[in-house]
Structure formats: structure tokens, C-alpha cells
Design a protein around this ligand. Sequence first.
Ligand code: HEC
Length: 96
Amino acid sequence: MPGKRVIIALFTCVFLLAGSAYAQKESGGQGEDRGKALFEGKCSDCHALSRPLNKTKDRDGWTATVTRMQKVNGCRITDAEAVEIVNYLVKVRGPK
Ligand code: HEC
């Protein structure tokens, strides 16, 4: 029965399309939103956000700063959150 095969093929296509659209939604943009939200939530405790936002640093520079905030100054973030904040800062305040 060729008709049945066509229907199965169609269903497979629909599932694959739905799956890839979902995967894109999961990865695209969401990471950045999380980094931004973490930055705005955690980095405004002790000083204005303009303090980091007035600077431009490369990834090493931001990693050093965020690590210092975390380990020396007492910013309460996990290592994973630090990475997300660094990713966000490199994106918005990285080298041109
Ligand atoms: C617990 C308090 C506290 C929190 C939370 C905090 N900071 Fe700071 N930050 C400080 C203090 C104190 C200084 C001044 C001394 C220094 O530079 O270490 C400072 C200075 C800075 C500077 C200027 C010095 C430099 O290296 O350019 C930047 C940029 C900065 N913070 C970014 C951040 C970022 C990004 C976050 C969030 C991950 C953050 N801070 C969270 C306390 C904090």
C-alpha cells in the first residue's frame, strides 16, 4: 500500500520540522537572556551596572573581573552563572 507510506513519511516530516523549530527556540536567544538577567540581577547589588557597562574588556578581562567579584568581593554567583555573565559581557562590552 503506497498510500500508507506517504502518510507515514508526511508524519515523519511534521515531527522533524516541529522538533528542529523547538530546538532552535531552546538554543537561540535564551542563553543571552539568561546572561543578561543574571548580570542585571546579581551585578547591581554593590555598584551601579554602569560600572561594568562603562568598560570594554576581552573575554580574559571579563573572566578576571567576574571571578574577582565572585571570589574576592563576595558576589554570590555559581561558577556556571559566572560563565553566563561573562558570555553576556563579552557580547555587549567586548572588543569591537
Ligand atoms: C558583593 C559586592 C559586589 C558585587 C555583587 C559585584 N561587585 Fe563589582 N565591584 C565590587 C567592588 C567592592 C568593586 C571595587 C573593587 C574592585 O575593583 O575589586 C567592584 C568593581 C567592579 C568593576 C570595576 C573594576 C574593574 O575591574 O573594571 C567592575 C567592572 C565590576 N565591579 C563588575 C561587576 C560585575 C560584572 C558583577 C556581577 C558578576 C559585579 N561587579 C558584582 C563589588 C561587587
